[in-house]
Ligand binder design. Structure first.
Ligand code: ADP
Length: 380
C-alpha cells in the first residue's frame, strides 16, 4: 500500500486497476481479491478513504425492501446481508422504515397506530395530513462511509495495492495515468508526480465523475448523468430506536439524536449546473432552490420542517452535499456496470446504491474473475 505522495511507487503493470474507492470501487476491489487472488490489483483514490466529497460519505445509508426494483429483491437481500455482517462494523442497525401517505397503500395502517411506540417520530408530523403508514420491518440504517473504508481495508489485507491522494486518468489501450497529488502551504492541490501503469482491465468507479472520465479519456459517450444532493439536518429529538420516515419522497433518517434529511432526486442536473443556494422569503439559504421548494411543499404534512430545527444554512458550504451518479440519467435506475470497450468497465452507484450497490459491485468482480455472478440466485 502506498498511502501518501512521499512513498515511492514504481509498479508498471496490473491485471486490474479500480479507479475510485467509494463504496462501489472499494467493494468491487474487495470482491476481486476474494474471488480472484491471482489477479494483481491496484485501487486508486483521488482523495482519502472515504473521500470527504464523494457521494458515499453523504449517502442516506438506508436499506429498505421498498426500494428494491421488481425482480432484484434477492440481490437487495444479499446486499443487506453483507452490510449486516461480513463487512465489519458499518454501524448497521435494523430499524423499520415507515412510508407515510395521504391515501391508503397496500398493507398500510393508520399512522397514529403505526407510530404509537415512537412519539418522537409522530411529533414531527400532522397525522391528519399523512394518515396512512406502510411499514417495512426489514429496513435498516448503516454508514456508507464505513462500507467504503472497511471494504478497501479488507482489499488491502487480502493483497490489493492502494494509492490515496492520486487521480487516475484512464486512456486508450489500458494505460492509466496516475497523478499523485500534494497540497502546498497555500492549500493549493498540485500534481507532485505523474506515472503511467498498464492494466489488462480498468474499472471506472469514480462516482459522478465516471461518465466524464469515460468520455474524456476514452471518447465513449454514455447516457448517464449526475445530480447534486444536499443532506440538511433537522434538529428535533430522535432516539436509538426511532424508525426511518419517508414522506413525499423525503427520507428522514434518525441519526446522532436528530434527523438527517435525504431529499428526493427528481432528475439529472443539467450540464454545467453549479450548485448554489436558494432564498426563503428573501433570506439567502445554503439549500438549493429545488430542495427548498420540496421542503416548503411538505411543511403542512411535516410541520417540524417549518420550525427552527431545519438547518437551512446561509450559504452552500453550510449544508452538506455531494454529486452522485445518475445511471441512465434517471433517479430510479439501479446501480449498474457497463462495458465501455475490451479494457474498460464503468461501475455506477447512484440513488439506489444503498439497497443494491454491493450486489452490483460483486457482479462485476465475479464477471472479471470468471466465476458465477449471482450468489443470490436460487440453485439451478
Ligand atoms: P460510489 O457510490 O459510486 O462509490 P463515490 O462518489 O462515493 O461514488 O465514489 C467515487 C470515488 O471516486 C470518490 O471517492 C472520488 O474521490 C473518486 N474519484 C473520482 N474521480 C477519480 C479519479 N479520476 N481518480 C481517482 N479517484 C477518483
Amino acid at each position: 500500500m502506498w498511502a501518501h505522495v512521499g512513498q515511492p511507487f514504481a509498479e508498471t503493470a496490473y491485471d486490474v486497476v479500480v479507479v475510485g474507492a467509494g463504496r462501489m470501487g472499494a467493494f468491487c476491489a474487495r470482491e476481486l481479491r476474494r474471488l480472484a487472488p491471482a489477479l494483481r490489483l491496484l485501487l486508486v483514490e483521488e482523495g482519502g478513504l472515504p473521500n470527504e466529497e464523494g457521494a458515499t460519505l453523504l449517502a442516506p445509508g438506508v436499506w429498505s425492501a421498498h426500494d428494491a426494483p421488481p425482480g432484484r429483491e434477492a440481490e437487495a437481500a444479499w446486499t443487506r446481508a453483507q452490510l449486516a455482517g461480513p463487512l465489519g462494523d458499518v454501524q448497521f442497525r435494523a430499524a423499520p422504515l415507515v412510508r407515510l401517505t395521504a391515501q391508503p397503500t397496500p398493507g398500510s395502517r393508520p399512522t397514529a397506530e403505526a407510530l404509537a411506540a415512537h412519539p418522537e417520530a409522530l411529533a414531527l408530523l400532522d397525522p391528519a395530513a399523512l394518515p396512512w403508514a406502510q411499514v417495512d420491518p426489514a429496513a435498516a440504517t448503516f454508514r456508507p462511509g464505513a462500507v467504503a473504508l472497511n471494504a478497501a481495508q479488507e482489499a488491502v489485507r487480502l493483497g490489493a495495492d492502494l494509492l490515496l491522494n492520486t487521480r487516475a486518468c484512464p486512456g486508450g489501450g489500458g494505460e492509466v495515468t496516475l497523478e499523485r497529488l500534494s497540497v502546498t502551504n497555500t492549500h493549493e492541490v498540485v500534481v507532485h508526480e505523474r506515472r503511467v501503469v498498464r492494466a489488462a482491465q480498468v474499472v471506472i468507479a469514480a462516482g459522478a465523475a465516471g461518465a466524464a472520465l469515460a468520455e474524456h479519456g476514452l471518447g465513449v459517450h454514455t447516457a448517464h448523468g449526475r445530480a447534486y444532493r444536499q443532506s440538511p439536518r433537522l434538529e428535533e429529538p430522535s432516539t436509538e430506536a426511532s424508525p426511518t420516515l419517508r414522506a413525499g419522497g423525503l427520507t428522514l433518517r434518525p441519526q446522532a439524536g436528530g434527523w438527517t434529511l435525504a431529499p428526493a432526486i427528481w432528475h439529472r442536473d443539467p450540464q454545467g449546473y453549479v450548485p448554489g443556494g436558494g432564498a426563503l422569503t428573501g433570506v439567502p439559504t445554503g439549500l438549493r432552490r429545488e430542495t427548498l421548494e420540496d421542503l416548503v411543499a411538505l411543511m403542512d404534512a411535516v410541520p417540524a420542517l417549518a420550525g427552527g430545527g431545519l438547518g437551512l444554512g446561509r450559504s452552500l458550504s453550510d449544508v452538506p452535499g455531494a454529486w452522485l451518479a445518475l445511471p441512465h440519467g434517471r433517479p430510479d435506475a439501479p446501480p449498474l456496470w457497463q462495458r465501455l470497450d475490451e479494457t474498460h468497465t464503468l461501475l455506477l452507484g447512484g440513488p439506489l446504491a444503498d439497497v443494491l450497490g454491493l450486489g452490483v459491485a460483486h457482479g462485476l468482480a465475479a464477471a472479471l474473475a470468471g466465476v458465477p455472478e449471482r450468489p443470490w440466485a436460487p440453485a439451478g
